[in-house]
Ligand binder design. Structure first.
Ligand SMILES: [Zn+2]
Length: 240
């Protein structure tokens, strides 16, 4: 970014040790998508960058330098300290950030995915009780939708008709009647009620999903299908 530009809002979505005392931070920003920067001497306790932990919201400036920029200024806006007070919260936050990061582009505006990550972190940071798998499913549905990759959930992807008993599901195109089923291997038999619930979760505000009833992890299968790989932090979740 050029020196005249104002600091960019950002969320730390991943961080790695680098060299003797530096860290590499992966940031998600609204106007530049994913950005990689080196935070010099960030592992020294006296460094102004030492508190840039996973999920922290900040305003940052950096100097562009090929693939990895160099952080020159970071003001923590929201430390979200409560995320790190409970294993469960941190596990969900880690998954949320890995998921959003996996579908965000580098150097392209990602205001919707940034806003979604921000909302998820604010909700998790303020959470008193536990959360349900509905929250994770809602997040997956929204991320897939924002990336333009969510399969049809609430109606038949072929004819648009209402779902009936024994609906089939393709990880690529979504629900269909048996008579409309695409010529594709690996179609799943799903309960239409599950699909209707997932569609409701996808469309409703994220905060409503926090206390929602448990739901099947069908959308995670779509995530893995679209990315061609599983997400590491998903294994940390005790999704009920
Ligand atoms: Zn149909």
């Amino acid at each position: 970014m050029s020196p005249e530009e104002p600091p960019e809002p950002a969320i730390v979505i991943a961080r790695y040790d680098h060299g003797e005392s530096d860290r590499i931070l992966r940031l998600l920003t609204p106007s530049r998508g994913k950005v990689g920067v080196i935070a010099p001497r960030a592992r020294s306790p006296k460094s102004p960058y030492s508190g840039l932990d996973l999920g922290v919201g900040l305003r940052a400036r950096w100097r562009e330098r090929g693939e990895l920029g160099r952080l020159t200024e970071a003001e923590v806006v929201d430390p979200r300290a409560r995320l790190r007070e409970s294993y469960e919260r941190l596990a969900v936050a880690s998954y949320c950030l890995e998921l959003v990061g996996a579908f965000s582009r580098e150097g392209q505006p990602e205001p919707k995915l940034y806003g979604l990550a921000e909302m998820a972190l604010v909700l998790l940071d303020g959470l008193d009780g536990g959360f349900e798998s509905a929250f994770v499913a809602a997040l997956e549905g929204k991320v897939l939708s924002f990336a333009g990759l969510c399969p049809r959930l609430g109606s038949c992807a072929r004819c648009g008709g209402a779902l009936e008993e024994a609906t089939l599901f393709s990880l690529q195109s979504g629900a269909s009647h048996r008579r409309c089923a695409p010529d594709e291997e690996g179609l799943l038999v799903v309960d239409p009620e599950t699909l209707r619930r997932l569609e409701d979760l996808r469309r409703a505000p994220l905060r409503e999903a926090i206390a929602g009833e448990a739901v099947e992890d069908l959308l995670y299968r779509v995530v893995v299908f679209q990315l061609g790989r599983p997400l590491r932090s998903r294994a940390l979740l005790d999704v009920r």
